[in-house]
Design a binder for this molecule. Structure first.
Ligand code: TEU
Length: 566
């Protein structure tokens, strides 16, 4: 227990700087805005801040398209501001983890500008350049080097008029993929990472890091019914991914072992692979973000075609991940981030039972074994954006989805708006609601994305004033993890796997046990865990989201309880 890494009992808070706090009235959040709100993080008690990208960027994908890895975009501030933030967080005993986006750069990054400048450029091979498909003319439909679709709709290839060759972009055309087969690319990335560590940052959240190894030669993927083929089999955890991450660890992390945190964002990662990535003996990364649980409400038509979550599916998924990483490796625990809809709207009830469902969802998440991540506003019970017009959306994924869906003529405007209202990434990107003043205290100017009308009641000031609030509940959950080793390290056992309403599990470490219960519905639900837990031998309720203990056999709407024994 004593030699477990520090991050097993840490909680990470994600800041999406564009939407956190604006200090200069331009309507966009910035670093000085964060500096002005550190009290909020201190009171919450989080250990680490993960900062979404603040690097120089044309902002095609809100900073995930980087044109200079070693500078701050003026929209967010300066390098001096960032140094000040590192210092201020450290002074409060918190760490700062930067986003590391190295599957791709911006097409305006000097590396790509150089690579594009001619076929003979020294950096030509730093990206994936390919001629048109054999026998076809550049630009002709179907002439793309492979049939791969991009994550943001359309082809994953863009034709460069000058050289008449295509470059690969798994995301937007302004995010060309780096060629990790080239050792110079990897060394340039590692040098940049070392520069940040020397500046004082405490680690990295690595954007789509399991996509950097592509199987060569590149070839067509299966067509599942859409316009484009699915290339994911050739780039998800590709042939050299473990080699690359082990190399990165040696080249970047080896000199600063204990202090740092390395978390790999990994769409499509399997449990078997995650075990390899996070087994400390292999020295690759500390933990990964997997996507299984946030795909359970996707329908056959993809993420915008939603279906209701079945609680038994969620239990099966979390249960497998808990078991799979029990004796080697480590889990990350999250509901929300800047790419996912707000969990209280998605799996809870953001109306009548907003407080109850948000606190229940947080309780269930934080009591699993793994490191919990809180996304800005989640601790306030912030909801989805409730946009009803196409004009409100700004996210590139949403905009590309709208234009592709319209071009194909498959869905009505109402259906499209419905899908966006449920799943658009903009749902989590509306400004943080600080108080009931104009624009929720986020900015004195015009916010870049509309503030939700519910800010008059859903805001940090109101949450701080109410001891039962989502905010104070998060504070208690974080404190519990800090104080009680069973939360961080206890064994996990899922109970009631077939129950569609009540989520239940135990945690056990030595003589100590916890029982965690959560009602995933707005009705009273009976439960029976007598096989696993006796309430009469000294169980004490350590945390709940109702004012009184309630009945030992029924949960009230969205109720959560944590019991301790002995
Ligand atoms: O996201 C990668 C990812 O796989 C998805 O979550 C993606 O955002 C998409 O919505 C799938 O529907 C990371 C970043 O978190 C995201 O913000 C970036 O847009 C993306 O990589 C590209 O850098």
């Amino acid at each position: 227990v004593d030699d477990a890494p520090w991050w097993t009992k840490a909680v990470v808070y994600q800041i999406y700087p564009r939407s956190f706090a604006d200090s200069d009235g331009d309507g966009i959040g910035d670093l000085r805005g964060i500096l002005g709100r550190l009290d909020h993080l201190v009171e919450l008690g989080v250990d680490v801040v993960w900062l979404s990208p603040v690097y120089a960027s044309p902002q095609d994908d809100n900073g995930y398209d980087i044109s200079d890895y070693q500078d701050v975009d003026p929209v967010f501030g300066t390098l001096d501001d960032l140094d000040e933030l590192i210092g201020a967080l450290h002074a409060h005993g918190m760490r700062l983890v930067m986003d590391l986006v190295v599957n791709h750069t911006s097409d305006e990054h000097p590396w790509f500008v150089d690579s594009r400048s001619s076929k003979g450029s020294d950096r030509r091979d730093w990206y994936w350049w390919r001629p048109p498909r054999a026998g076809m003319q550049p630009g002709q439909p179907g002439a793309e080097p492979t049939n791969w679709g991009s994550f943001f709709s359309g082809s994953a290839w863009e034709l460069d008029e000058e050289s008449q060759e295509y470059y690969l972009h798994l995301f937007s055309r302004k995010q060309p993929d780096l060629n990790w087969e080239n050792p110079q690319v990897r060394e340039a990335v590692y040098a940049m990472m070392r520069w940040w560590l020397d500046r004082g940052v405490d680690g990295f959240r690595m954007d789509v890091i399991n996509l950097v190894s592509k199987e060569v030669p590149l070839r067509d993927g299966l067509v599942h019914g859409g316009l484009w083929g699915d290339g994911s089999a050739f780039y998800t955890c590709g042939p050299r991914i473990h080699e690359f991450l082990a190399e990165m660890h040696r080249e970047v992390f080896a000199d600063h072992p204990e202090r740092l945190l390395a978390v790999g964002e990994m769409p499509g990662v399997t449990i078997e692979d995650a075990r390899l990535f996070t087994d400390p003996a292999r020295a690759e990364v500390d933990m990964v973000f997997q996507f299984e649980h946030v795909g359970l409400d996707h329908g056959p038509g993809g993420k915008f075609d939603t279906r209701p979550l079945r609680l038994t599916d969620l239990k099966t998924s979390f249960g497998r991940w808990q078991a799979g990483l029990a004796d080697a490796g480590w889990n990350s625990l999250y509901w929300d981030n800047h790419d996912q809809p707000r969990v209280v709207s998605r799996f809870g009830d953001d109306g009548r039972y907003r407080r109850e469902s948000a606190t229940m969802l947080a309780t269930v998440l934080h009591l699993h074994r793994g490191t919990p991540y809180v996304y800005q506003g989640e601790e306030l019970g912030m909801t989805n954006a409730h946009f009803t017009r196409f004009e409100d959306y700004q996210d590139i994924e949403s905009l590309r989805h709208i234009s592709e869906a319209r071009a194909r003529g498959h869905s009505s405007d109402d259906e499209l708006l419905e899908g966006l209202a449920r799943m658009s990434r903009d749902n989590a990107r509306t400004p943080v609601q600080w108080d009931a003043s104009p624009h929720a205290g986020f900015t004195t100017g015009t916010p870049w994305l509309p503030v939700d009308a519910n800010f008059l009641t859903v805001n940090a000031e109101a949450e701080r004033a109410d001891p039962r609030s989502v905010f104070h509940h998060h504070r208690r959950l974080i404190a519990l993890r800090h104080e009680d080793p069973v939360v961080a390290l206890g064994d996990f056992t899922m109970l009631l796997p077939d129950d569609e309403h009540v989520y239940a599990f135990t945690r056990r470490l030595g003589d100590e046990s916890l029982l965690v219960l959560g009602n995933f519905t707005g009705e009273e639900r009976p439960f029976d865990v007598a096989d696993a837990w006796a309430f009469d031998d000294g169980s004490a309720l350590v945390l709940g989201n109702y004012d009184d203990a309630g009945s030992p056999s029924t949960l009230r709407p969205w109720e959560a309880r944590v019991y301790r024994r002995p």
